[in-house]
Design a protein around this ligand. Structure first.
Ligand SMILES: [Zn+2]
Length: 177
């Protein structure tokens, strides 16, 4: 039973990653592995949330690995955003950041600019923008030939390097949670 569920999930992750890679040159994801599970200052509630996340991380890890190697194969790029980037709490319209956003809030209105957001849609927009920002600051995103990748020293990034062409279509983004 467990094996069957596992196979079904793998199959789904393969199909979804293939679809995303076929449709995009760049895919931006939240990296759910970057930081440890808990920090002392976090509340019990957040800790439980992280626990359930770490369990689902096995699937998310496979998924991002599928994305990474499939993108690499076609010369695309996977950009991973730190999991503590405030993707949900940031207004994608005016960049106002709210202090708290409990998990049951599925939509909200920005107190600063009044924009009404779908939680995940807004987060995906933020993740996409952050991914593009990272590509730009990384300095390796764009080259005239489309093939040259020249990492610079200094700021460490989470890019999995592979060439990206100038004429790349808009990047996609994916999110869980
Ligand atoms: Zn706003």
């Amino acid at each position: 039973m467990y094996e069957r569920i596992s196979n079904t999930r793998q199959d789904f992750l393969h199909k979804l990653s293939t679809k995303l890679v076929n449709e995009n040159q760049v895919v931006v994801v939240e990296n759910l592995h970057v930081k440890g599970m808990v920090s002392a200052s976090r509340t019990l509630r957040e800790r439980n949330h992280n626990m359930s996340r770490s369990i689902s991380d096995a699937g998310w890890g496979s998924f991002t690995n599928f994305l990474a190697y499939k993108l690499k194969r076609k010369g695309g790029k996977l950009v991973e955003i730190d999991r503590w980037f405030p993707s949900s709490k940031l207004c994608s319209n005016c960049y106002h950041q709210v202090d708290e956003m409990s998990l049951d809030v599925r939509e909200w209105t920005c107190p600063h600019c009044g924009t009404h957001h779908d939680r995940d849609g807004n987060a995906a927009t933020n993740i996409r923008a952050e991914g593009i920002r990272m590509l730009k600051t990384d300095g390796t995103a764009v080259s005239a030939s489309g093939g040259e990748v020249r990492p610079r020293g200094g700021r460490k990034s989470n890019l999995r390097h592979s060439p990206v062409r100038l004429e790349a279509p808009p990047s996609g983004s994916a999110r869980v949670g």
